[in-house]
Each structure stands twice: as structure tokens, then as C-alpha cells.
Design a protein around this ligand. Sequence first.
Ligand code: HEC
Ligand code: HEC
Length: 408
Amino acid sequence: MPLIRSLRLIALSIPLSAACTGGDDVGPSQETDDDTSTTTATDGTAGTGMDSDTDPTADDSTSADTTGEPGDGYPDEVLDHLELPWPAHEYDEELPPHFQVEAVTNLDNTPPGNAITDAGATLGRVLFYDRALSSNETIACASCHVQTDGFTDVDTFSEGFEGGLTGRNSMNLGNSRYYATGHFFWDERADTLEDQVLMPIQDPIEMGLTLEQLVERVQGQPYYPFLFEQAFGDATIDEERISLALAQFVRSILSYRAPWDEGIVATDFDPMVNFPNYSAEENLGKGLFFGPGGNCAICHMEQQGPPPIPGEPLQNAAIFQLVEAVNNGLDAALDNDDNGVGDATGNAMLNGVFKSPSLRNVELSGPYMHDGRFDTLREVIDHYDSGVQPHPNLDPRLTAPGPGGGMP
Ligand code: HEC
Ligand code: HEC
């Protein structure tokens, strides 16, 4: 089945260089990349390791290695507990030109009052890895959003602080900044990322704290006053600042140095031209993803304005994400156990409608779909190839007749 195999390969080739700007020590952590060794990152940042080695709150962190460094500006209250780069990692680094066009910057959900700063995102990173943010101090955000797994969880459902399971599959956080409506979760129930980041902390299964307890917990750690002062100008710790910093860190999780990014620049943003850095099969898969046969890009790399003319450069050549939640035909019945946006809004017209995370790093971010029903990309391709169900709210792009229509 060459068609299917090629589609899988393109999917594999898109994400490989998660250029997470969150890790300070980008030592190679290739265990997860063996499947994709032919398309490793061009800049040595593949699988940048904000794994346990770079967890700033790791128990075994020692201050001895870092205190003596010249220019080291963190006080002992921080250095005794955390390993942080000084000066702070540059989080809002300049992105390549194809991220700086209007079709992409228009998608950015950063609100006016919360632009990424290095100190703010550093604080957010420490909060993200801090198990003190869960009731019994066992679970951090990073427990269910693992960098080496595409900032998601390899399990279908994730374990919360008391071993209870989440109702849905954990979501890939990469490039989640580029979702213009700013709505978060599979069912879009969070209106903004600033709202979203406080919700897992209060979730009775995930982290189990009240906001009051959260603020007390954070105030109770010796390393936070300095980090809050750096980020916000004074050492006041409150829920709003916790939310702002966490949101800054999540927005700084970006993939922009994948083989895709090199290839699309090399072909002047024409996705239908073969990429010099792709194998023949990857190029075939790319043709299917963008053209007749697969037509995946019509949703997963949406363009603004009129549909792009074949052979013309893409306006959005950066963001592999839908601009809104839709139904992709996983189930036939109008009413299922989980109706996504329909349940969140109480509007049955939106039953079966779900947000999709970015497809960057997709080979790391399985299992797939809101309920993690597909373990492999092969199963995902089989779904689009022959498994699309006639749900009443099925997106018309999956019913279109002729080549490219997803329905069998
Ligand atoms: C116990 C596991 C678990 C923990 C802990 C957890 N998450 Fe999640 N996260 C999930 C799951 C599962 C979803 C999808 C839930 C849904 O849609 O109902 C999710 C979704 C998200 C999303 C939505 C992404 C999108 O594109 O819409 C963001 C952002 C996020 N989490 C950030 C965080 C942050 C920040 C923390 C810590 C404060 C955190 N998560 C803690 C499991 C977890
Ligand atoms: C009509 C728009 C649409 C088209 C066309 C489409 N998808 Fe999707 N895709 C979605 C939606 C919506 C979801 C999330 C559905 C859910 O979980 O309920 C999704 C989810 C996915 C996921 C899982 C993402 C994750 O993190 O779990 C993958 C992988 C995927 N699609 C790949 C493809 C491929 C490959 C194609 C082309 C063969 C394709 N899609 C065509 C809308 C679309």
C-alpha cells in the first residue's frame, strides 16, 4: 500500500525537530527518534531534551555545579533547589521568516498583557515541572505533557495525583500559541490559555488543589519569591501571576526547525515541489498530504482567505493546525459518550466536534484523537482512508466527491 505508507512518512517527517525553546540543555535524547532517523533535525535540536535531565526541579539537582559560574545571578534560595541557566534562556527568540507573515502572526493568541519574557517563561517552566502544584505533590504539568513525547503522554489516558484517569487523551502542547480563537482543550471549554492553565491544577483527578491552596503552595517554596520578582518586578505571588507565567511558558513551546521548515523554504513555499531534504517516499507522502489523495492540509494547515491555488506559494507554511474545531467522522451516532464541543456548550449541533492539536511532532504524540483510540499513525491513515463515519456533523471537506474526498 504505497499510498498509506507514504502518508505515514510525511506525517513522520513534519515534526521531527521539536525546537522547544524551553530546554536549556539540549543534549541529544534520541531514544524516541529511532523511527525517523532519516529525517533528523538539521540543527541538532531533535528531541531537545527537557526530559528529567533538564527538569529544573529535579530532586537530584545540585547547586554545586552552578553556583561558581561567572555571571551566575540566582540567589542560594533558587540554586539550592533548581538548575536554571543564567542569564535566563532566550524564550522569545526570533522565528524563521515563514512564521513572521501575517497569515501566521494573525493566528497568535498571545493577549496584549502577557507577551513572553525570558523571566516570565522561566518562572512558568519551573511551575510546569513542580510537583508541589498537586495535592499530594506527586504530579506536575510535565507528568502528562512529557517533552520527549511531544509534550503529551504515551498512555491513552493520564494518571492524576491519586491514580485516577483523565477522561481524554493528553494534548500535544507544541505551537498551541497559534490558535487564533484562543480556545483550549479538545472541547474548547477554556476561553483563553490564561484560563486553561489553572484548570488542571483544580481538577479533582489531575492535580486536586483549590486556587487558595495553590497560592499557599507556591508561596511555601523558597525559590519562588526571587523568580516572581524577576518576572513581575516584585515578589508578590498570586493566582493571576501563576497563570500568566504558565501561559507564557506554554506559548514558548514551539517547533520551527523541523525538516519541513528547511524544505518549504528551499522550494519557495510551494508544498507540491519535491523537497531536496526529503526522501522520495516522504515527498510522495507530502504530495498526498497537500494534494489529491490525502487532502489533509485542507484542514491541518488551513489557509486564510480563498483556497490556495496549486503551484502558488502557501501563505501559512508554518502552522499544522485547524483554525477551529470540527468533526472528522470518528463515530456515526449524533450522541456518544463524549460529544466534545457539543457537551461543553449544550448545543447538539456541535456534537462530535473537537479541536485538533498541531500535527508537529505527531510521531511522538500518540495515541491519537481525543480519546486516544488510535495507537499508531497507520490506524489514523486507515481511518481517513476507509473509516470516516457519516456523523450528522461531519465536516464537508471529508465528504467531498472525487479525488481527495475522504469518504470511501
Ligand atoms: C493528569 C494529567 C494532566 C496534568 C497533570 C496536566 N494536563 Fe494538560 N491536559 C491533559 C489532558 C488529558 C488534556 C485534554 C483534556 C480535555 O480536553 O478535556 C490536557 C490539555 C491541556 C491543554 C490544552 C491544549 C490545547 O491545544 O487545547 C493545555 C494547554 C494543557 N493541558 C496544559 C497543562 C498545564 C499548564 C498543566 C499544569 C498546570 C497541565 N496541563 C496538567 C492532561 C494533563
Ligand atoms: C475535515 C478536516 C480534517 C481533515 C480533512 C483531516 N483531519 Fe485529521 N483531524 C481533524 C480533527 C477535527 C481531528 C481531531 C478529532 C478528534 O480527536 O475528535 C483530527 C485529528 C488528527 C490526528 C490526531 C491528532 C492528535 O494529536 O491526536 C491526526 C494524526 C490527523 N488528524 C491526521 C490527518 C491526516 C493524515 C489527514 C489526511 C489523510 C487528516 N488528518 C485529514 C480534522 C481533519
